[in-house]
Design a protein around this ligand. Structure first.
Ligand code: MRU
Length: 372
């Protein structure tokens, strides 16, 4: 078994009425788990990137909703629902691009709206159980993404990876990095080129940290080295995650992904996005509809607090870009590998996943009834 976060602690979990998060801003220097006990603090932790990565943000949002339920003084169902709707608005506003956040808070709200329980306390506990289920499902989903994705990667492959999509970016294991972990578990001799991923350096700080802990051969590269490596035959596949996938397969991911995909196409290198189906947003027809988050100037003008640009320089800092679907070889999901035409294959994957969630919910209900 590889040493992922599993052996230690998950990136997101619930403990004694608090949402616990590995503070990803402090890695690789310090491994600190901090507790957040109000919806506003949880939203701020998402906004400030204490927790980041679309699936991890989703699970955090779900626990934020559970927190809101326990914090609410409501003694009737209607008032509790109102407090939950308010909490959802606060949490969803924290980061706009990753659809997993509003997907998870919507799933929590939907449960509250549709579950008939005798009193509000039972509803509170049902909501916490649902948040736990979202977290548990995320780990299982990543394992399945890893299984399907690893089948696409040959023994001896050199993989180029962008941002951080591993145990830190999810509840555990990871999506694109999950594929890499699954390859390693199967004994495939892979090597990973780790994009540093300016401006927040998720590759240098987090992916390098995860891969070194897992003992997977890698080299950290400056983002600008990727094109050279691809043109000189040193990359066999490009692998990344996503924050939102539109119905036609256009993918929003960490800024710089588009450039990688275009250069990969120029060099006949396959490009894979690895995503849970919760990242697929069938409500948006194409990538132009995806909201792109803009973040503060200091992310570009500083590195680790050190100023690297003239004071007052005008800065534009989009945190994500959209890769049009024509540059993608396939999108790997927990329901299998989706190939073009993506409109049809993504719709099938999403439907299969929704059926699985309903089935899991039914099974949990039966177990609860059997217990008493
Ligand atoms: O700004 P971040 O660090 O939250 O961006 C994260 C990414 O872009 C990841 O690639 C994406 O969320 C997928 S994580 C499994």
């Amino acid at each position: 078994m590889l040493e992922t976060m599993q052996a230690k602690v998950r990136s997101v979990f619930w403990q004694e009425g608090q949402v616990m998060l590995v503070d990803q801003r402090l890695l690789p220097g310090r491994f600190v788990v901090a507790g957040f006990d109000t919806v506003e603090k949880v939203a701020a932790a998402i906004r400030d990137m204490v927790v980041r990565g679309a699936p991890a943000i989703g699970a955090t949002g779900a626990y934020g909703m559970a927190l809101a339920a326990f914090a609410s003084p409501a003694s009737d169902r209607a008032s509790l629902l109102n407090d939950l709707r308010r909490a959802k608005a606060v949490l969803d506003a924290a980061r706009p691009t990753a659809v997993n956040l509003s997907w998870a808070t919507a799933r929590m709200l939907e449960l509250a709206e549709h579950t008939v329980l005798p009193n509000t306390d039972e509803l509170r506990h049902a909501l916490l159980a649902e948040a736990d289920a979202i977290a548990e499902e995320d780990v299982a989903i990543n394992r399945r993404i890893g299984f399907y994705g690893a089948a696409l990667i040959a023994d001896g492959a050199n993989l180029l990876h962008h941002c951080n999509t591993g145990a830190l970016a999810t509840v555990d294991f990871g999506t694109a990095l999950g594929v890499i972990y699954a390859c390693a578990e199967q004994g495939k001799r892979i090597h990973v080129w780790v994009d540093e991923t300016r401006p927040r350096l998720q590759g240098a700080r987090l992916t390098a940290w995860e891969l070194m802990r897992a003992g997977i051969p890698m080299h950290l590269i400056a983002d600008n080295a990727a094109g050279h490596l691809m043109r000189t035959g040193q990359v066999d596949a490009v692998l990344f995650g996503a924050d939102r996938v539109a119905a036609n397969g256009d993918v929003a991911n960490k800024i710089g992904t588009y450039k990688l995909a275009v250069v990969a196409r120029e060099n006949n290198i396959p490009v894979y996005a690895a995503v849970p189906t919760s990242t697929i947003d069938l409500n948006l027809a194409d990538g132009d509809q995806i909201p792109i988050e803009e973040r503060g100037a200091e992310e570009v003008t500083t590195i680790d607090g050190a100023v690297i640009a003239p004071a007052g320089v005008p800065v534009y800092n989009p945190a994500f870009d959209v890769t049009p679907h024509r540059y993608l070889t396939a999108i790997i999901t927990e329901e299998g590998v989706c190939y073009p035409p993506f409109d049809a294959s993504l719709r099938r994957a999403k439907a299969a996943a929704e059926a699985r969630v309903q089935e899991n919910r039914l099974q949990r209900g039966k177990q609860t009834m059997a217990r008493g």
